[in-house]
Design a protein around this ligand. Structure first.
Ligand code: G3H
Length: 556
């Protein structure tokens, strides 16, 4: 089987867009073909001209309205309403996954700078909590509009620093703006309601106590998003925190930091009070523990690797945690399933962004009687995937780092040695790994249990639906799972038995729409996300009891 492969260097379409460099941030976009806003073509054009600004080839990053986020060739950190360069004099390299070269540099904050960000946040939060709810929402609407208007330069950063396909990069920014708007609206609805109780419903009490409960902010929320959604998984934390009256300290992933910095600048342009928001880029091996155990942290919302999440949770000292960690999302295909639909969903759910999604399909569990047909349908579709650079919207793009590519290679070679069947040839060029379906996987193979975070999907053949559920529930992970069947009864049996945060029926696992509750069990996480749940997670209940000298029946 051969995949269609696009040349692994952007074609030169840059010249006619060079002038666009000067209009970074403008909402003017040329109109091209089926890309009505012209955003994609703009990004491709600018990316093709990589190097025209010399040195790092910063493209649209740090240009136009984003000028203040850049100092020389180093992107700044944000504190006290200003973009600053760290006194450390040190920077962290952000590598372009497509070529392994330094794409951007971000400043490496010192301990003192991180501490000051928390102090400012603490102070600003006290005032922010008193800002009327509808005003807080107005700031968020404004930030969302600015973010959407600047989707082009931000999407370009995503393409360059995490190798997200251009079209998906634009979608991430637009989805994030929509998420902010929905969060503001939902906040207005749910934070304006409390509870009222009377005392005489509990034995031994008269009606002389009136109890009001309300939702008050936690304080300072530390937000730590992952590399695969540096914008969307930042705003899914920031938005709920802010509408609920909290301050935010954002620690972006180093790969993805520049996209997050631009996103944060949109909040800056929206005029949020000084100190309420900060964005600190740090060397995690030096300051990670300092950041997560800082005494001014009142809540941690983390999305990322399992081991990091578990380590943070062990050290968190009575701090509320919201964590989305890894997944090994099982894709169960029963013998009565629509196999064409199942195959399409394996491709979409397993190979989008080269499998670098915690909700990606990570193991297919197919009933023996239909497994051959399913595998051949999937293989036919794997053959049609395009492989190459993110600038050209290839389906399969380079994975984020060498370490990640090496890990994936290790899983495939272990499976091969232990007798699995590779349906496609193993092929790797730098961090670019061609998609592979690994058939006839057995439980003794690492790939049966470990999360590749790459374009590799194992298939395990099962005799019964119970065997599939048993495999799914034996995993350390429990994020999502899905079942393909035409029987409502069997679908509900699997849903009942599958121990995961979400079960999808006849569709691949996925987080969105962003207001749906989203959570993992076991090592996949703590707490529930989704807009409503995140807002509720970032407040605490406050009770006020009015003690009356005599019984009152006015309020019942
Ligand atoms: O990678 C983790 C994300 O939460 C997955 O989100 O299902 O929208 O790709 P997604």
């Amino acid at each position: 089987m051969t995949q269609r492969t696009r040349p692994f260097s952007p074609k030169n379409a840059g010249d006619r867009f060079l002038g666009f460099l000067g209009c970074a941030g403008s909402i003017f976009l040329p109109r091209v073909g089926s890309d009505p806003s012209g955003t994609l073509e703009c990004i491709r054009g600018v990316l093709s001209s990589c190097g025209c600004d010399g040195g790092l080839g910063l493209g649209l990053a740090g240009q136009g309205p984003f000028k203040s986020v850049l100092d020389g060739d180093v992107f700044c950190y944000y504190a006290d309403g200003e973009w600053k360069t760290s006194s450390s004099g040190k920077s962290l390299a952000v590598l372009n996954p497509s070529n392994g070269k330094t794409q951007y540099k971000v400043t490496a904050c010192t301990r003192d700078e991180v501490n000051k960000a928390f102090q400012s946040a603490k102070k600003a939060q006290k005032e922010w909590a008193k800002v009327p709810l509808c005003k807080r929402a107005e700031y968020l609407y404004k930030a969302a509009a600015i973010l959407k208007a600047h989707k082009t330069p931000i999407a370009e950063c995503l393409v360059r620093e995490v190798a997200k396909p251009a079209k998906d990069s634009v979608t991430e920014v637009v989805r994030s703006a929509d998420l902010i708007v929905y969060t503001a609206e939902e906040g207005i609805r749910i934070l304006s309601q409390g509870n009222f109780l009377v005392s005489d419903s509990f034995p031994g009490n008269d009606r002389n106590k009136l109890c009001f409960t309300s939702k008050v902010p936690l304080g300072v929320v530390l937000c730590i998003p992952p590399f695969n959604y540096p914008v969307n998984l930042s705003v899914s934390k920031l938005g709920p925190a802010l509408i609920a009256g909290n301050a935010v300290v954002l620690k972006p992933p180093t790969q993805g930091a520049v996209s997050a910095i631009h996103m944060m600048h949109c909040f800056h342009l929206a005029g949020f009070p000084k100190g309420l928001l900060s964005c600190v880029t740090i060397k995690v091996s030096e300051l990670g523990d300092y950041l997560t155990t800082h005494p001014m942290v009142n809540c941690i919302s983390f999305t990322g690797g399992c081991e990091t999440g578990i380590s943070i949770s062990r050290k968190a000292n009575m701090v509320p945690l919201q964590m989305e960690l890894g997944g090994k999302d099982a894709f169960i295909v029963l013998d009565d399933a629509d196999l064409e639909a199942a195959a399409t969903n394996v491709i979409k759910g397993g190979f989008a962004f080269s499998g670098q999604r915690c909700t990606a399909v990570k193991v297919v569990l197919a009933q023996e009687s239909i497994a051959d047909t399913l595998v051949s349908k999937i293989n036919a579709k794997v053959g049609k995937l395009t492989v190459g650079p993110p600038e050209q919207d290839c389906d399969i793009v380079p994975v984020v780092s060498d370490a990640s590519a090496n890990f994936i290679e290790g899983l495939v070679s272990d499976a091969k040695q232990k007798g699995a069947k590779l349906c496609q040839d193993w092929k790797r060029q730098g961090n670019l790994i061609w998609p592979i379906l690994v058939d006839k996987v057995k439980p003794e193979m690492r790939i049966a249990w470990e999360e590749p975070f790459g374009p590799i999907i194992p298939v395990i053949r099962i005799k019964t639906q119970e065997e599939g559920i048993k495999h799914c529930n034996a995993s350390r992970y429990g994020l999502q799972g899905c079942v393909f069947t035409q029987s409502l009864d069997r679908a509900m049996q699997v849903s009942d038995a599958m121990e995961t945060g979400t079960v999808q029926i006849n569709a691949a696992p996925a987080r969105g729409p962003d207001h749906f509750p989203f959570q993992g069990v076991r090592d996949s996480g703590i707490g529930s996300q989704g807009i409503t749940n995140s807002i509720n997670m970032m407040v605490k209940i406050k009770t006020t009891v009015m003690n009356l000298p005599s019984n009152s029946y006015t309020m019942a």
